[in-house]
Design a protein around this ligand. Structure first.
Ligand code: TYM
Length: 331
């Protein structure tokens, strides 16, 4: 890494099948940083266990998420791709940052409030301190830019606050990270409730389009998407369903909202929904094919995750020796 090269870090939890929200809001944007930046992309399995996981599923999804990173265009030669739990420094810095993150700050996290409402039987301490571990992920690599969807903005701001607090107490230690949110795709909404975020943990399968859904499933789900009682394809705040579909269509075709409005003027929602489904399915077909090829070769994926972890550990340790020394740990 040359000294002027900026660093990018992001992560995805292997806690469910990845959605087009994950793809358009995050993973698709990751590759724009490859090459010019030093890029670390992690499969954050330690975050995933804040919600109870079936071990075999977690293991399978960890491989799948790595394979999807590559299938979505992340070249393993140009990016450091690794599994969070393979680099123990994440846990170590996570604990340290727990001691610099305030109870009040964590209590204000909307994701914690949402997840504790959904998992009332398992409001564990990890769910509460989740953002401190996320701060550790980012700060370990002296990250400049964190590409994420808008739902992670509050966590990112907390990471910045914790970094500034630490730097103020002990002198400059961490780079203060900035978020990168793609203005077009930072919040893809559910197809059945366009006022809620599309989420991989949504139990309603029709709300969510998964990256690996078949073409038929994708088209079927878009056909069922909730719109409104009008028939006009127009981007507007009071038309959240249609606007969300237009956002998705725009992301897959590169057409502007104006072009989309013109294309479907007078044709009603049926044709429009079909076109969105086809554009999405066609846009993902290459990802699906690449994924099938990659997931068939576990040994290759294991080699990639090992190499990624070795490389990540090298940079993580540089930060950790500074941190340990500054806070007064011996050695
Ligand atoms: P996760 O696994 O929930 O989601 C992965 C990425 O996908 C984005 N995303 C969306 N973007 C647009 N529209 C949507 N509907 C949508 N749903 C999800 C998320 O914003 C995220 O960028 N806490 C993180 C994982 C994480 C992390 C990190 C991220 C752990 N450590 C360090 C960045 C840096 C999470 O739960 O993402």
């Amino acid at each position: 890494m040359n000294n002027n090269q900026k660093t990018v870090f992001s992560g995805v939890q292997p806690s469910g099948n990845l959605t087009i929200g994950n793809y358009l809001g995050a993973i698709k944007n990751f590759s724009r940083f490859s090459g010019e930046y030093k890029t670390f992309y992690s499969v954050v399995d330690m975050h995933a266990i804040t919600v109870r996981q079936i071990p075999a599923d977690l293991r399978r999804r960890t491989y799948e998420t790595l394979a999807l990173y590559i299938a979505c265009g992340l070249d393993e030669e140009k990016n450091t791709l690794f599994v969070q739990s393979h680099v123990k420094e994440h846990a170590e810095l996570g604990w340290i940052l727990d001691c610099y993150t305030m109870f009040g700050e964590l209590s204000r996290m909307t994701q914690f409030k949402d997840k504790s409402a959904k998992n009332a039987q398992n409001i564990n301490a990890g769910l509460f301190t989740y953002p401190a571990l996320m701060a550790a992920d980012i700060l370990l690599y002296q990250t400049d830019v964190v590409p994420v969807g808008i739902d992670q903005k509050q966590h990112l701001e907390l990471a910045r606050d914790v970094a500034m607090r630490f730097n103020q107490i002990y002198s400059d230690t961490f780079t203060i990270p900035e978020g990168y949110m793609n203005p077009d795709t930072m919040k893809i909404m559910s197809l059945s409730d366009p006022t809620a975020k599309m989420s991989k943990s949504d139990p309603n399968q029709n709300s969510v389009v998964y990256i690996l859904d078949s073409k038929d499933d994708i088209i079927r789900k878009f056909k069922k998407a909730v719109t409104d009682s009008e028939s006009e394809v127009r981007y507007a705040e009071d038309k959240p369903g249609v606007s969300n579909l237009m956002t998705i269509y725009k992301a897959f075709t590169g057409k502007s909202f104006e072009e989309i409005e013109n294309e479907f003027r007078g044709s009603g929602y049926g044709d429009f929904k079909l076109a969105v489904g086809e554009a999405c399915a066609d846009g993902l077909s290459h990802v699906r094919e690449e994924f099938q090829r990659l997931i068939a070769d576990k040994a290759h994926l294991e080699a990639i995750m090992k190499r990624g972890a070795d490389e990540a550990r090298y940079y993580a340790n540089k930060t950790m020796s500074k941190v340990r020394r500054k806070i007064g740990f011996i050695g």
